[in-house]
Design a protein around this ligand. Sequence first.
Ligand code: HEC
Ligand code: HEC
Length: 214
Amino acid sequence: MRQTFSCLFLGFGLAAGATAALAEALPLPEWQRELAAKPQGDAARGSTLYAGRGCAGCHGPDGLADNRQWPVLTGQRPLYLYKMLLDYQADRMAGPDAAIMASVVRALSRQEMADLAEWLGALPRPAAAEAPEPAILRGDRKRLIPPCSACHGAHGQGWDLQPALRGQNRDYLAKTLQRFKTGERNNDVNAGMSQFAAKLTDEEIRALADHYGR
Ligand code: HEC
Ligand code: HEC
């Protein structure tokens, strides 16, 4: 825990002195209010928006980015997709890749975000490579690391705000776990990931990414 807090602390210290200050993760009650106010998404409108707003240029016409450092969007949980779009817009994500997204979503309304999330979430998820299960998948009591399935589902399928991991690009998974580990990514509600990510070794991160990823 101490490591996580010191990373967060460092982040705020840097933000205070930097020109582009990063917003903090919203606390759970505020997220609950934010998500309760989410408009109902319309998948048909989402499909039109996806093409019209240039999403396909980076994420591919079918939501499967060629660049494996970037995320697969199809078959992802709509609520999580919606939350991420809000997070990028509010500058709650650090790093150069997040800056790309922040500029893309600047002008999106909440209705448009909900429409995009609805359409992408309903598309089929690509298959995982099915690399063998690493031991860390079941967590480690000694280091207080919970099993991934506790939040991401028995098959990494995710639910609500917990994203699907299965079928995600493995390089993106590894990159993202590293960012949680260093504290560069800290937009997770209630520190769901940050509370333990600093304790994962680089080998464990690689094995987890290979297991869930494609
Ligand atoms: C110029 C390239 C580019 C464009 C255009 C773009 N994206 Fe992205 N997108 C990215 C990158 C890079 C990331 C990974 C960011 C990171 O690692 O923080 C990303 C991440 C995301 C995520 C987070 C997924 C996850 O699993 O956390 C969502 C959702 C998303 N994009 C949706 C969209 C939508 C919808 C559009 C169109 C409105 C769009 N993107 C347009 C490059 C792009
Ligand atoms: C206590 C609940 C919890 C546990 C346990 C947990 N996660 Fe997460 N995870 C989350 C939440 C919540 C998010 C969404 C964070 C956000 O909103 O930014 C997330 C996000 C992620 C992401 C980012 C996905 C994306 O598309 O950007 C990855 C990768 C991830 N988790 C991997 C794992 C792995 C691997 C394990 C097991 C070692 C694990 N998680 C265990 C709650 C958890």
